[in-house]
Design a protein around this ligand. Structure first.
Ligand SMILES: [Zn+2]
Length: 320
């Protein structure tokens, strides 16, 4: 079997032959598990490896379709792949039903706490962590892009969240790929989280969660994202090189966690990155209220529908 006779998406949702291998673009493709495709170049270069993950949330279809498109092109092309790649479809069961998740948000489960749990997303997190760990043991130097789409609209169409574990590291390689991917903004997170990108960052990778536009259906056009296919090709073949695009950097001022008891989000018409006036009331709990403390601060990922103790929003500020 090859990817030209099927597709990454189709094969990830309904696997036919696990463990099957084929050769394309002077590299060995191997389906290690459902939605887990490893690509090892026959003639490896000195380039760091790359892990690309999509469909961690089942309804975020733009990155899934983009990677599906890219892999077909990669297999059909004649340019040899020169860096090891691991491509993962995070949550096939959620993709099948077109939902963010089946029982639990997979992107909060990449931690040892999932090891003893029986819920489907916990089992999946354990499986993915196992394959990723094996890959990173073989290729300790690498990049990880976990590609998503936002629930709500955004003033920055494409943006990246850099996990806490990457703070203080030289991230030049990661930042140069942000430019190639036309990322408009990046945000340095400051608190540990059990996200997929945090997991790989803790294993030494330069990692990021990439948000590519807003959630859309499988039938919505993805034309505006297709130039990214060329950049993914560039990633597979070689080094980044120079790119003029310059994203804006932000840092997290604080994280709003859902408190016990009464909790109301007071902000209407929320948009990611929209600058807000000082004093704007964000949310009110039984004993506390949260306001914008500095003119121009903005919010990310505002979502009242989370369990107690989980993140309701991040308050962010542009770097001076
Ligand atoms: Zn997502």
């Amino acid at each position: 079997m090859s990817l030209s006779s099927t597709s990454f998406l189709t094969e990830s949702l309904d696997p036919t032959e696990m463990g099957s291998e084929f050769t394309a673009a002077d590299a060995r493709f191997c389906w290690l598990d459902q939605g887990v495709l490893s690509i090892e170049p026959n003639q490896p270069s000195e380039l760091p490896a790359a892990i690309l993950t999509v469909g961690v949330h089942g309804n975020e279809t733009v990155p899934i379709r983009l990677v599906d498109h890219w892999l077909r092109e990669l297999c059909a092309g004649s340019t040899p792949i020169s860096r090891p790649l691991l491509i993962l479809l995070g949550n096939p069961e959620a993709v099948k039903i077109g939902e963010r998740f089946v029982e639990h948000n997979l992107n909060r489960l990449f931690s040892v706490a999932s090891a003893d749990a029986t819920a489907p997303e916990c089992r999946r997190a354990v499986t993915l962590m196992g394959w990723v760990q094996q890959f990173i043991e073989r290729h300790p130097d690498g990049l990880h892009f976990d590609m998503h789409s936002t629930i709500k609209g955004s003033d920055q169409d494409r943006f990246a969240i850099i996990p806490d574990a990457c703070q203080g590291r030289n991230l030049n390689n990661l930042l140069s790929w942000f430019k190639h991917f036309r990322v408009d903004a990046w945000v340095q997170n400051i608190s540990p989280a059990a996200t997929f990108s945090s997991f790989t960052a803790n294993l030494g990778y330069q990692s990021a969660t990439l948000e590519l536009g807003q959630v859309s259906t499988l039938n919505d056009p993805i034309d505006r994202f297709l130039p990214l296919v060329d950049e993914l090709n560039r990633l597979a073949y070689g080094a980044g090189g120079v790119c003029e695009h310059e994203p804006t950097g932000f840092h997290v001022v604080r994280e709003i966690l859902k408190s016990e008891g009464e909790f109301d989000v007071c902000l209407e018409n929320f948009v990611n990155f929209r600058r807000l006036p000082m004093g704007t009331l964000i949310a009110r709990g039984a004993f506390e209220e949260w306001r914008i403390e500095q003119e121009g601060d903005a919010l990310l990922f505002l979502n009242p529908a989370v369990p107690v103790g989980h993140r309701v929003a991040l308050v962010i500020r542009a770097l001076a």
